[in-house]
Design a protein around this ligand. Structure first.
Ligand code: ADP
Ligand code: ZN
Length: 429
């Protein structure tokens, strides 16, 4: 330990200016300071960064943070510098002189936190430097990038297994917000983190009320929902296609709801404008494709509505998660019909993904469908999907508030099957 360093909580107060740790932050920090490996799975915005920043300050040497996104890396480093932390980054945006300067500071022990792109870390030049200095820990951010079946696969992440081989004594922490079991296993396996303690938590957003209704006339249902529950509130409406985004925004405006479209087909200037207005003005409804939302931090979004089924529970969770960041009550509302499933399946069948990938996507879609058809607490099912458990039904989702009527369908099912049999299986659905 750096002898002069105070304990974690004092750093949290004095440097970061926060009163208390959130969730499992303290436990994770202690675990790393103690020299152990960790796999941290927590949703976006839950405070994963402190879990490696504070131990990097406490332990002797520099904390090396591997991050795939250059823009994010720069943001994080400027934020740290503002707090007075000696941070730097190494990526392809720097000139050779800048790289040299950072390397010299590294060797001189003048840096506490170094952010680095994966391809730069695995080159021999960098590794040689790393071998000569004290390293507090390795943090592998966005660790799901190591998964070949995920959406963000980065070949350079595969090389990170060398950290384990070259620096067996240095603690490593892998972090991600993607939690499906398969990805988790792959992270452990590919990064040599089989023995790492897993910290998984905080997927619950108790102030969000989840509701999934049968689609009849979806637009009209949406209008009723907004008029009765969200008059004058800011909200996001997600649609699958650009055309539907444009049509829906227009339709809402015609009915007195201030709405703006947002999708990747619009020119940059208009997109920026709409995003800016959504952030600055009160009570605007953004009608958008999933292109909208990354990095949007508007705390008082009161509802997120889906007019089309998301392709996966991960997508649904991420999109609905943009509601109620301020902690006040918010609604996640979706109109869904079986036609949505047919459409998504067709799109998948026609996509040029390979067979293995398609199978994974079908499975994701099936899980999403199961959430829609859920007759028990929707939140329990949602959290269960992420491996997070909720002991009791939540009392704040549609199935809790208005339990679904169920009936014993054994006889009806037998009759239907016998009917299928007698028609010689010629009639579908
Ligand atoms: P993640 O990496 O999980 O998406 P971040 O580490 O970026 O999340 O943290 C999200 C926000 O929460 C940041 O603004 C961060 O400063 C803040 N935050 C993190 N930990 C705490 C805490 N213990 N108390 C208050 N705010 C915190
Ligand atoms: Zn519930």
């Amino acid at each position: 330990m750096k002898t002069q360093q105070p304990p974690a909580i004092e750093l949290l107060n004095s440097i970061f200016g926060y009163e208390n740790f959130r969730g499992q932050q303290q436990t994770i920090i202690d675990h790393l300071v103690d020299g152990q490996d960790a796999l941290v799975i927590m949703p976006t915005g839950s405070g994963k960064s402190l879990c490696f920043q504070i131990p990097s300050l406490i332990r002797e040497g520099v904390g090396i943070v591997i991050s795939p996104l250059i823009a994010l890396m720069q943001d994080q480093v400027s934020a740290l510098l503002q707090l007075g932390i000696k941070a730097a980054f190494l990526n392809s945006s720097l000139t050779f002189e800048e790289i040299l300067r950072t390397e010299q500071q590294l060797i001189a022990g003048e840096i506490d936190l170094l952010y680095i792109a994966p391809e730069r870390l695995s080159n021999e030049r960098t590794l040689n430097i790393l071998c000569r200095i004290n390293i507090a820990l390795f943090a592998i951010d966005e660790a799901h990038c190591v998964s070949q079946w995920g959406h963000d696969f980065r070949a350079d992440y595969l090389k990170l297994s060398l950290l384990h081989e070259r620096f067996p004594k240095t603690p490593r922490i892998a972090l991600t917000a993607t939690a499906d079991e398969r990805t988790r296993q792959e992270i452990r396996f590919r990064l040599g983190l089989e023995q790492a303690r897993m910290f998984l938590s905080g997927f619950d957003r108790p102030n969000i009320r989840y509701r999934i209704v049968q689609k009849q006339n979806a637009r009209q249902q949406l209008l009723d929902f907004i008029e009765t529950e969200h008059d004058g509130d800011a909200g996001i409406v997600y649609c699958l296609s650009r055309k539907k985004v444009d049509d829906t925004a227009q339709w809402l405006n015609d009915r007195g709801i201030k709405a703006l479209p947002y999708h990747a087909g619009m020119d940059n200037v208009h997109r920026q404008q709409h995003q800016h207005r959504f952030l600055m003005e009160d009570g605007l409804v953004m009608v958008a494709t999933i292109a909208f939302g990354m990095g949007i931090d508007k705390p008082n979004v009161r509802f997120v509505a889906h007019l089309d089924l998301p392709k996966s529970i991960e997508g649904y969770y991420q999109e609905t998660g943009r509601a109620g960041r301020d902690g006040s009550p918010a609604n996640a509302w979706m109109a869904y019909g079986l036609q949505d499933v047919v459409t998504l399946r067709r799109m998948l069948a026609e996509s040029n993904a390979n067979e293995v990938q398609k199978r994974i996507e079908y499975n994701r879609l099936d899980a999403m469908l199961a959430l829609c058809e859920q007759i028990h607490c929707r939140r329990q099912a949602l959290l269960g999907y992420f491996g997070d458990t909720l002991e009791q039904p939540c009392g704040n989702c549609d199935t809790c508030l208005e339990p679904v009527e169920t009936w014993d369908a054994t006889l009806a099912a037998q009759q239907a099957l016998s009917c299928i049999h007698r028609t010689g299986q010629r009639v579908s659905a």
